[in-house]
Structures are given as structure tokens and as C-alpha cells.
Design a protein around this ligand. Structure first.
Ligand code: SAH
Length: 356
């Protein structure tokens, strides 16, 4: 039993089953035993790999899209260049390198990173030592000024509530105790106002998931963009509307039982892009169509960029580069599973690639 399993088992024994959301929140960010609190989970030696860790092209292309958007909006100064959930800082490092030559941009920007993990904050500090960076704990602490922001594989790490529809309402997934073991259970059925819009497109037995924390975070970001200018690009795995059980645990790049080793496995769920889009629209911003990762990277010119980089490579390095291109864009890998939306002040201000 992990130390966190022990803590949760004692809590459940005392006060009854906890929601999946509480379980996920404790596993990911418990101050002492949380998954993100205690480690750097990224890369080949870790539990999962993300697009910026696969190739520099991902950050370069998104960075140039943000730079173009900043110029399209008249190069406001000062402005915030932000990332939420920046991992090892690789994406931001690629963005900053790619935009170095954009006239006046670096002089006007104030880089803000929103990060909850002390371990990853330290990794970001090392990676971005050459830049003036401010760390904040929450999106609500972003300055009240024009904002260009990236989020890659951030929203999938937020705790979810999961519900199964039955004849009398929705039953929420819980974590309970059976003897000494943690087991999944379901609450008694109840009506859930936040799921009223799902009554028309679901039937008894269907599972839907919601991420309550995603809404206020998107609201903070979209509100600044709507009133001060800017844009946000959100990339993640998921779909327009959540349907089905997508809660999963990854350890050493393999799917594992999420209850087996609390605090030791990465827990995620697919992102419901409709919920993010609705929060952004409610905050007064505009939202692009949802576009697959493969499609947006192709629109931003990954083909040409890949060829330019390939010219200086041969042997194993060239092989790796070609594989990375495939992983980011092909339908069999991240190309269609991963989706993206952009948030902007008005539809005419969407970043390049998102404006059709
Ligand atoms: N964007 C990076 C890392 C993705 S992993 C990449 O593409 O490589 C998820 C990141 O979100 C980690 O940096 C993790 O510590 C951070 N994170 C998770 N929950 C968070 C929260 N509630 N607030 C801020 N950061 C969080």
C-alpha cells in the first residue's frame, strides 16, 4: 500500500466513500504524496511523453502563431505571455527561441507560468534561466493586460466528476473501501443540474464526465482576452462533448489500475472541449472551431519546417526526426486524438490556422 492509499483508506473508514474527484485531486496534488508534487513525470524515463518533449517543432509553430496574433492585434505593450501547466518548460523554451527575432516582442512581454508542482517549477527555472519569468499558482493571478497563453495537456490533469445515468438521475463514481482495499462504487441517484443539457443526448447506462475546475480557469483566461486583447491556444486529448468512461492511470507508459498505487500513477481524463468553449463564450470571448492537432500543425506549416530541419540531419537523428513528425501528426498517433481550440476577443482576431 502506498502512503497515500493508507491516508485515503483511513479517511474513507471514518467518513464514508469519497468522490472520484476528491480521489483524483489527492492523488495528483497531495502536498506530501501527490503525483505531481513529488516528481517530474515526463519523458522516456517517466510515465508519459508530451508533444513538446517529442519535437521542438510543436513549440516553434505554436509560438509563431501567437507572435503573429500579437502583431495582428497591433503589438500591444506590455503584454503577458503565459503557459498553464508548463511541465519541464520545454514548450515555453521553444516558443521563446522561435520568437526571438520578432521585432519588439520580447521587450514587450512579461512571461508568466502557472504551475502547481514545486518539482516541475524547479525544472522550469533551470530550463528558462536566461529569461525573466514570474511563477503564479493560479490563473486568477494573471496581470490585467493583453494575454497570449498556451495550455498543452493541462486540462486533462484536472480532477473530474464522473456520472452514470440511471432511471432516477445520475449516480456519481466514488471510491469506497472493501476490507482494506480501495474499490469503485456509485452514489445513490440524484438529479444534477449541471447535467440537464445532457439529458437529451444520453440514455440509461451512459457515463459522462465534468471537470468543475476547468470552468473558472477558462473564465479567468477568456475574460482577460475579451477585455484586453490576446489569444489562448488549448491542446489536449478529448473531444467536443464527453461521453463514456475516460478516466485512466498511466505508469511507465502503461495503463494501470488507478486504485492500485495512489500517488504513483498519472491520472487523467479526456477533455470536454464544449465545456471550455462555453466557459470562454460566457466570459465574452470568441472560440474557434475545434481542430485536430494534425490539422493545425499542418496549417501552421509543419511540413516545411520538418523538411528544413531534416536537411541538417542524417542517420539515427534523421530517423528520430521523421518518427517525431509522424507521432505529432499522424491519425494513428496524436494527430486526431489530440484536439485544439483557440480563444480570441472576436472571431476576426483568431490566431493564424484557427481563423477558418
Ligand atoms: N504542458 C507540459 C506538461 C503537461 S503535464 C507539456 O506539454 O509537456 C501537466 C502540467 O500541469 C504539469 O506541469 C503539472 O504540474 C501541471 N498542473 C497539474 N495540475 C495543476 C493545477 N491545478 N494548477 C497548475 N498546474 C497544474
Amino acid at each position: 500500500m502506498t502512503p497515500l492509499a493508507d491516508i485515503l483508506a483511513r479517511r474513507i473508514a471514518k467518513t464514508g466513500p469519497i468522490s472520484l474527484m476528491e480521489f483524483m485531486a489527492e492523488c495528483l496534488l497531495h502536498p506530501e504524496h501527490g503525483y505531481y508534487t513529488t516528481r517530474d513525470p515526463l519523458g522516456a524515463a517517466g510515465d508519459f511523453t508530451t508533444a513538446p518533449e517529442i519535437s521542438q517543432m510543436f513549440g516553434e509553430l505554436l509560438g509563431l502563431a501567437l507572435a503573429q496574433s500579437w502583431m495582428d492585434q497591433g503589438c500591444p505593450a506590455p503584454f503577458t505571455l503565459a503557459e498553464i501547466g508548463p511541465g519541464r518548460g520545454t514548450l515555453m523554451a521553444d516558443v521563446l527561441r522561435a520568437t526571438k527575432a520578432v521585432p519588439n516582442m520580447h521587450a514587450a512581454m512579461q512571461v508568466h507560468l502557472i504551475e502547481a508542482s514545486p518539482t516541475l517549477k524547479a525544472a522550469q527555472r533551470d530550463k528558462l534561466a536566461a529569461y525573466d519569468v514570474t511563477w503564479i499558482d493560479e490563473a486568477s493571478a494573471l496581470p490585467d493586460q493583453p494575454l497570449w497563453l498556451l495550455a498543452n495537456e493541462f486540462f486533462d490533469a484536472l480532477p473530474i466528476r464522473q456520472f452514470t445515468r440511471d432511471a432516477h438521475g445520475w449516480r456519481e463514481t466514488q471510491v469506497a473501501l472493501e476490507g482494506e482495499a480501495l474499490v469503485f462504487g456509485l452514489s445513490n441517484p440524484a438529479p444534477i443540474a449541471a447535467l440537464d443539457h445532457r439529458l437529451a443526448d444520453t440514455k440509461v447506462g451512459d457515463v459522462v464526465e465534468v471537470s468543475p475546475a476547468a470552468v473558472p480557469i477558462t473564465d479567468e483566461i477568456a475574460r482577460r482576452i475579451a477585455s484586453n486583447g490576446g489569444a489562448a491556444i488549448i491542446v489536449d486529448y478529448g473531444d467536443w462533448r464527453s461521453l463514456g468512461d475516460t478516466f485512466q492511470a498511466l505508469e511507465a507508459h502503461k495503463m494501470v489500475d488507478p486504485l492500485a498505487r495512489p500517488g504513483q500513477a498519472d491520472l487523467t481524463a479526456h477533455v470536454d472541449f464544449e465545456a471550455l468553449a462555453r466557459a470562454a463564450t460566457d466570459a465574452g470571448a470568441s472560440v474557434s472551431k475545434m481542430i485536430s492537432q494534425g490539422e493545425i500543425l499542418s496549417r501552421l506549416g509543419i511540413g516545411a519546417r520538418a523538411q528544413t530541419l531534416a536537411q541538417n540531419l542524417d542517420g539515427e537523428a534523421l530517423e528520430t526526426h521523421i518518427k517525431a513528425f509522424e507521432r505529432l501528426t499522424s491519425d494513428a498517433e496524436m494527430g486526431t486524438l489530440f484536439k485544439t481550440i483557440a480563444i480570441a476577443p472576436t472571431p476576426s482576431r483568431l490566431p493564424p490556422g484557427f481563423d477558418t
